[in-house]
Write a protein that binds this ligand. Structure first.
Ligand code: C2E
Ligand code: MG
Ligand code: MG
Ligand code: MG
Length: 284
């Protein structure tokens, strides 16, 4: 069972950090979120759910992949920012049980889609802590078998930053995943500190260019240079390249022109619930 206790040392380091910033209230608010999340993970009910955002294949014009993104609606009905609670889950160790919940939920959805004859590769976001956990691979394998999902139907998304943490173990885990036939994607690429030398050693399949380079692609000369050369680089390394944060048609057209493989963003679709995704796919 995952250790979901907030250990004292961590709480202390958090408090030092936030008190130094003079943000006592902020610190207490964060602790409260951690406590609530801990309870929610024990009994997720309907307060946790996944939404799915399509990745458009730019060469076929089809949706062949989606990314699963977690949502949390708290007891007062408010949505908590995933960026915030995922990072608090990482700081408190709750990430292990959070990711286990996400994996099971996504696999159960793949199983349901199969009965509707819907074949989509589903990307699941994991953190360095998840991959470092000694039971990660076993958990994934037993879940895949419980939901009768093939390992090549899922993609593991890990940020470039997280890859650089605890490097040797992470690389080992990525190799294990690769051996299983699971697709591996480097998320938020371009804002981490990875070197090309490192990247080329990793058993990865896909680069997702960080949305900070894509949001203003249509107007920024610099972003155009960065994005087009990253796409070329990815292709030279034999990788599938995805652009996230595509918010307008001009950017989408540029990405097609640059030969980008997949596009994801509000211009195509926001992340939506599974049933809305099916309706949306049927309408396309
Ligand atoms: P990410 O994995 O890089 O996900 C992309 C984020 O960009 C999502 O935010 C998505 O809703 C948002 N996005 C998509 N298209 C656009 C667009 O056109 N414009 C803009 N401005 N944003 C767009 P979200 O869902 O709030 O998630 C934020 C981050 O939280 C994710 O970044 C990921 O790092 C983390 N996260 C979300 N769900 C999970 C999860 O299930 N597990 C873990 N470990 N992390 C998750
Ligand atoms: Mg992602
Ligand atoms: Mg990203
Ligand atoms: Mg991100």
């Amino acid at each position: 069972r995952a250790n979901i206790a907030i250990d004292a040392a961590r709480a202390e380091s958090l408090s030092v950090r936030y008190y130094q910033n003079g943000e006592e209230e902020n610190y207490l608010a964060r602790l409260k979120i951690i406590e609530e999340l801990k309870l929610v993970l024990q009994n997720p009910g309907n307060s946790l759910f996944l939404v799915y955002q399509p990745k458009l294949n730019l060469s076929t014009g089809e949706i062949d992949k989606v990314e699963a993104l977690i949502r949390w609606q708290d007891s007062s009905g408010n949505f908590v920012s995933p960026e915030l609670f995922v990072s608090l889950a990482e700081q408190s160790g709750l990430i292990i049980s959070l990711t286990q919940w996400v994996i099971k939920e996504a696999l159960s959805q793949i199983q349901k889609w199969k009965t509707l004859d819907i074949q989509l590769k589903v990307a699941i976001n994991v953190s360095a802590q998840d991959l470092s956990h000694p039971q990660f691979i076993d958990f994934l394998l037993s879940s895949l078998s419980a939901y009768e999902v093939d390992s090549n139907q899922i993609t593991i998304e890990l940020t470039e930053r997280d890859i650089m943490q605890n490097e040797d173990l992470i690389v080992h885990r990525l190799q294990q995943l690769k051996k299983m036939g699971t697709y591996i994607s480097v998320d938020d690429y371009g804002i981490g500190q990875s070197s090309l030398a490192k990247l080329k050693q990793l058993p990865i399949d896909e680069l997702k260019i960080d949305k900070s380079f894509i949001l203003e692609l249509n107007t920024s000369h610099q972003d155009k240079q960065i994005v087009s050369s990253t796409i070329n680089l990815g292709h030279k390394l034999g990788l599938n390249v995805v652009a996230e944060g595509v918010e307008n048609k001009e950017s989408l057209d540029l990405l097609k022109k640059y030969g980008c493989n997949h596009a994801q963003g509000y211009h195509l679709s926001r992340p939506v619930k599974a049933n809305e995704l099916v309706t949306w796919l049927e309408s396309q």
